[in-house]
Design a protein around this ligand. Structure first.
Ligand code: HEC
Length: 157
C-alpha cells in the first residue's frame, strides 16, 4: 500500500466512524416524546418533590436549595414546548399521554408553559424572602401543573 492510499484509507475510516457516531446519537434526538417525558419526570417532578418535602416540614427549609430547585423547573418550559411535533399525541402514540387538544390549542398550551416558568421563577425569588413567602409561591406554582394536565394530559391509570 502506498502512503497516499493508506492516508485515503484512514480518511475513509474516520468518515465511517463519524457517520456511526452521528447515527448512534440520532435516536435520542429523534424521540421528542421520551425527551419531554424525561423533562417532566426527571427535572420538574423531581425538584417539585424536593421542595414539597420542605413545605411539609419533612426536611428542613433551605433557601438556597429551594431556589436552585425552582430555577431548574423554570429552565424546562422553553425546551419542553419544542418537543411537540405534529403526530406525537396520545391517540397516535400510546406511549405518550399528550392529548390532541394540545395541537388544537397551541397558543393556550404555550401560555400555560410560560405560566409554569413564571411560577417557578417567582418561587425561586420567594425562597430568598423566607419560608412563609416560599410556601405561598409554591402553592401558586403547583396550580400550573394541575391546570395544564387536566386539559392536555391523558390520565393513563
Ligand atoms: C404546559 C403544560 C404542562 C404543565 C404546566 C405541566 N405539565 Fe407535566 N405534563 C404535561 C404533558 C403534556 C405531559 C405528557 C407528556 C407525554 O406523555 O407525552 C406531562 C407529563 C408529566 C409527568 C409524567 C412524565 C412521564 O414520565 O411520562 C409528570 C410526572 C409531570 N408531568 C409533572 C408535572 C408537574 C409536577 C408540574 C408542575 C410543577 C407539571 N407537570 C406541569 C404538560 C404540563
Amino acid at each position: 500500500m502506498t502512503v497516499q492510499r493508506m492516508a485515503r484509507f484512514a480518511g475513509a475510516g474516520a468518515f465511517v466512524a463519524l457517520i456511526a457516531l452521528v447515527l448512534a446519537a440520532m435516536p435520542a434526538a429523534a424521540d421528542p416524546v421520551k425527551d419531554r417525558q424525561a423533562l417532566m419526570k426527571e427535572v420538574v417532578a423531581k425538584n417539585v418533590k424536593l421542595v414539597a418535602a420542605m413545605v411539609k416540614g419533612q426536611i428542613p427549609f433551605n433557601a438556597g436549595t429551594a431556589a436552585m430547585a425552582m430555577n431548574k423547573v423554570a429552565s424546562v418550559p422553553d425546551r419542553f414546548v419544542k418537543l411537540f411535533p405534529e403526530g406525537t399525541d396520545f391517540m397516535d402514540h400510546d406511549k405518550s399521554a399528550a392529548k390532541p387538544e394540545i395541537w388544537e390549542n397551541m397558543k393556550d398550551f404555550l401560555k400555560r408553559a410560560q405560566g409554569l416558568k413564571a411560577g417557578a421563577l417567582a418561587a425561586a425569588k420567594a425562597a430568598r424572602e423566607g419560608e412563609a413567602a416560599f410556601k405561598n409561591a409554591f402553592a401558586e406554582l403547583v396550580k400550573n401543573c394541575k391546570g395544564c394536565h387536566e386539559k392536555y394530559k391523558e390520565q393513563k391509570n
